[in-house]
Design a protein around this ligand. Structure first.
Ligand code: ATP
Ligand code: MG
Length: 480
């Protein structure tokens, strides 16, 4: 963040943040509530400017821009007299961000850099052209949703396999007669301290999703309305929605639904009431469908299965080879970087077509190419793919270590490491694994349980009556 333009931008937001914080202390009414979301926006700007890649800076600034635009929109409609003093500062802040983004674009054009189109670390929304594939999945989902007996659905996939990105993109992939309403239960709804807070934030997330992705305005629902009889009031609100769009299917999506377990365990929400509410909708509203999403299989979740019977699981896994190729070779139109066939093949082998890993590795390849002289920059060779691996492994360490330490037990880890030690693509027979397990004091039953678990987590696969590692990048990381 050496340039003065960045300093000016930051200064502007420091001043704006002070105004917002002052408003929170001194004003009453609705304005402090509207501004709450921006009470530390200067820190977000600072974090954005510290990002190493200019395209990531641009992305982070766009996210802040969207929050400011949303605020401006709310201020325009708000009748509180205090709103006047905030409109111009918000517009000015937006202008500053826009100017800085133009500067970033100019800088990369000046250096003839390959623009890095890859998006890592955040789910892809429906405006990002780099989302590939998943048409087969959406066709299957559509078929289920239109059938009169559609059971509750569970979208099940491993971490970072693209669940949220797919859910964000459903409004684009499904016909407009299906209205997907996306709720992230890691957000305010899942964190609510009581039922009014939960239902209010649930309704807000549904409304925001309808507005952002379907350009639909759901009827309003306020906290005050919910106070007296929250569940009945929420139920009436759903009826109102159904009546407003009579010929549609409303798909309520609860991403990371597992977060409700914490709310149940800590007593913030009553398990029976909340799950009964869901069951009631399933039984009595044929046009409202429920889709839960997460990385837990339904069999693992006893408390849910007694309320939601007959759940149908939809699995989301690795990309197909052709989808992964598209992500590598043509992530966006007019992508200037070409790959030799061997280089492209190597990316496929290293990532096993895992969407997040393809994006991470390709992002590093672009970064590496941008350090080269202009004449070499536009063709990626296999050696460069290999050279990008160490930085890619740096980027995936939290993801891999989460799998290793939070999803696997001691024995699973031992078996996985043993498989990793055998080398790239090596197939290991059950007898060899049994021999190794015995030497470590693990009996055959425990070994089979570990293998089962590793297969379910899609970390190993069965090949010619043996087992092998699926993701070469992960194997390399384990050996570090
Ligand atoms: N269809 C896709 N096309 C291209 N890239 C994708 C696709 N799906 C996912 N990705 C990549 O994978 C990353 C992870 O995606 P996402 O956050 O949607 O996964 P997730 O399964 O919801 O993860 P988590 O379990 O951590 O919530 C994205 O940031 C993006 O880089
Ligand atoms: Mg997710």
């Amino acid at each position: 963040m050496q340039n003065t333009l960045a300093e000016t931008l930051l200064h502007k937001f420091n001043v704006f943040t002070q105004e917002v914080q002052l408003a929170a202390e001194q004003l009453s009414g609705t304005i402090p509530i509207l501004l709450h979301n921006l009470s530390h926006v200067d820190q977000d700007i600072e974090a954005a400017l510290r990002l190493e890649r200019t395209d990531n800076q641009r992305l982070a600034l766009t996210a802040i821009e969207e929050r400011l635009e949303e605020l401006l929109n709310e201020l325009m409609w708000n009748t509180d007299p205090d709103n006047v003093q905030f409109k111009s500062p918000v517009i000015e802040c937006l202008e500053f961000i826009s100017a800085y983004k133009k500067h970033l674009t100019y800088q990369s054009e000046l250096q003839q850099e390959i623009p890095n189109p890859y998006i890592t670390g955040i789910p892809l929304d429906d405006k990002q052209p780099i989302f590939v594939g998943r048409q087969e999945f959406s066709a299957k989902l559509e078929q289920l949703l239109v059938s009169p007996r559609c059971p509750p659905l569970l979208l099940y996939g491993q971490r970072r396999m693209g669940k949220t990105s797919l859910l964000y993109n459903l409004s684009r992939l499904l016909p407009s007669t299906i209205i997907p309403l996306f709720v992230d239960l890691q957000g305010p709804a899942g964190l609510a301290i009581d039922h009014v807070g939960f239902l209010y934030n649930l309704s807000r997330a549904m409304s925001l999703s309808a507005k952002l992705r379907c350009q639909l305005e759901l009827p309003p629902l306020t906290r005050q309305e919910l106070q007296a009889d929250p569940f009945a009031c929420f139920d009436e609100w759903l009826t109102e929605i159904e009546q407003t769009w009579p010929d549609t299917i409303i798909l309520l999506i609860l991403d990371e639904f597992i977060n409700l377990e914490d709310a149940f365990d800590s007593g913030r929400l009553n398990e029976q009431w909340v799950l009964s509410l869901l069951r009631h909708q399933i039984q009595h509203r044929p046009r409202l469908k429920i889709l839960l999403a997460g990385s837990h299989a339904f069999e693992e979740l006893q408390r849910w299965s007694s309320y939601l019977v007959n759940v149908h699981t939809l699995h989301i896994g690795y990309l197909s080879e052709s989808e992964a190729r598209q992500l590598i070779e043509k992530p966006v139109n007019n992508f200037p970087l070409r790959y030799t066939p061997a280089a492209c093949e190597r990316v496929l082998q290293l990532t096993h077509c895992h969407p997040a890993l393809v994006q991470l590795l390709c992002a590093e390849i672009v970064e590496l190419k941008n350090t080269q002289v202009a004449e070499q920059r536009r063709l990626a060779q296999i050696e460069e793919v290999e050279a990008a691996i160490p930085r890619c492994l740096e980027g995936v360490k939290f993801y891999f270590s989460d799998i290793l330490h939070n999803q696997l037990n001691h024995w699973d880890r031992q078996i996985l490491k043993f498989l990793a030690l055998q080398g790239e693509g090596k197939i290991v027979k059950l007898t060899t694994l049994a021999h190794y397990a015995r030497s470590k004091g693990q009996d055959l039953e425990a070994l089979k349980a570990s293998i089962d678990h590793l297969l379910r987590r899609e970390l190993i696969e069965i090949i010619e009556q043996g087992y092998r590692f699926q993701i070469e990048l992960m194997r390399r990381w384990l050996l570090q």
